[in-house]
Design a protein around this ligand. Structure first.
Ligand SMILES: [Mg+2]
Length: 381
């Protein structure tokens, strides 16, 4: 089609889909058992026939996200240009300000924004990373799993499996007995370190389990290991606790998967809470907001190691020099394979961004459950 027609595309519809997988194993972190994981998939459709796809991840609340898009905010975009991502962001942010600056509502808009960037890429026949100014196409990933519910033997075996798959950095969960047994955590981490050797970087994720003093007690026991960062050592909203942990300067501190927008990133950074920002763009505002968050992080020399969804975050890391690692969550492999027909996989611990327009991803509609569209206002037709 004539490119000037595509450039003048207008948004004509938004559709929502759900996909979930039940976890067959025993997957608990320090504070939560994971039984179901899922995506809300958003398809933004234009009057020229171009479609963009966006995704947000959930453990609970997928239907609520679809309803919010279909009934509450999707209509604001109809008739607008998909290129106007800044203006659309500002309009929707103001419209939902009382209920939508964080949480499920913001997950909903994040998926829409990602779909708009996918359309932009398709209009200009370029991958999203090129639109963002990116250059590198091969991005380092760390393997992520190592659940607290595993026995030490299972934990060590999975760590060895990750290393055998070519990953140079791995992440395991800690916070045994809900964070009440840091000595056991220390033994488990040392067992993993001994099994995989000093050249493999280890990240540890406490999922909010500790107080800052307990986290520091544990950190002191791990000083001689190759620990890349200690993630969410305390409750995500306990910024003073994070700052106390980090000020001791025993291990680098990572947090941000539960923060939203540039304002959440700003608060973590100016309060001196983190060495690694982990904001997840499928929750915190999509590409439009993430660019601002990463710029703030750059100004403070803070690294970016996003939570989850490596296929989407890869485009962002291509463009930002402070982007260091993608997270390759073993638990999500089945869900990703079901959702897309052509999702790239990490090879030797690196993900290569596909040389295709937009995100470079194609939906597998056979596995998606259509939820509704803006026009139908959330009906299940
Ligand atoms: Mg985490």
């Amino acid at each position: 089609m004539d490119n000037s027609k595509l450039v003048n595309s207008k948004i004509s519809d938004i559709k929502t889909y759900l996909i979930e997988t039940k976890q067959k194993g025993n997957f608990s972190d320090s504070t939560r058992k994971v039984e179901t994981i899922g995506y809300v998939v958003v398809e933004v459709i234009t009057d020229t026939g171009l479609k963009g796809i966006g995704v947000t991840y959930h453990e609970v609340g997928g239907e609520a996200i679809c309803e919010f898009i279909n009934k509450s905010i999707g209509h604001l975009l109809i008739g607008s240009s998909p290129l106007e991502t800044e203006a659309l962001y500002d309009e929707v942010f103001a419209y939902m300000r009382g209920v939508g600056r964080k949480g499920l509502a913001f997950c909903a808009y994040s998926a829409i924004d990602i779909a708009l960037w996918d359309i932009k890429g398709k209009i200009f026949n370029l991958p999203v990373y090129k639109l963002l100014g990116g250059k590198r196409v091969t991005i380092p990933c760390y393997a992520s799993g190592g659940w607290v519910s595993y026995s030490t033997e299972e934990l060590v075996a999975e760590a060895q499996e990750m290393v055998a798959a070519g990953f140079k950095t791995i992440k395991i969960k800690i916070g045994f007995d809900g964070g009440k047994n840091p000595n056991e955590d220390s033994k488990r981490i040392h067992a993993v370190a001994e099994a995989i050797g000093p050249d493999i970087g280890i990240m540890i994720d406490a999922n909010n389990a500790f107080t800052s003093s307990t986290a520091l007690r544990l950190a002191y026991k791990l000083q001689d290991l190759n620990i890349v960062f200690f993630e969410e050592p305390v409750f995500a909203d306990d910024l003073p606790g994070l700052a106390r942990f980090r000020a001791a300067n025993i291990l680098p501190c990572a947090s941000g998967e539960h923060e939203y927008t540039r304002f959440g990133a700003r608060d973590l950074i100016v309060n001196k809470c983190i060495d690694f920002l982990q904001s997840d763009i499928t929750r915190c505002g999509g590409f439009t907001e993430a660019r601002k968050m990463l710029a703030i992080a750059q100004a403070y020399n803070i690294a970016y190691a996003p939570h989850g969804f490596d296929l989407i975050h890869a485009h962002l890391l291509s463009a930002f020099s402070n982007g260091v690692y993608l997270e390759s969550l073993f638990m999500f492999n089945e869900l990703v394979e079901k959702t897309f027909t052509n999702a790239p996989k990490p090879v030797d611990g690196n993900l290569t961004i596909p040389d295709r327009p937009g995100l470079g991803l194609t939906l597998n509609y056979d596995n998606l459950t259509y939820y509704g569209s803006v026009e139908k206002r959330g009906t299940n037709e």
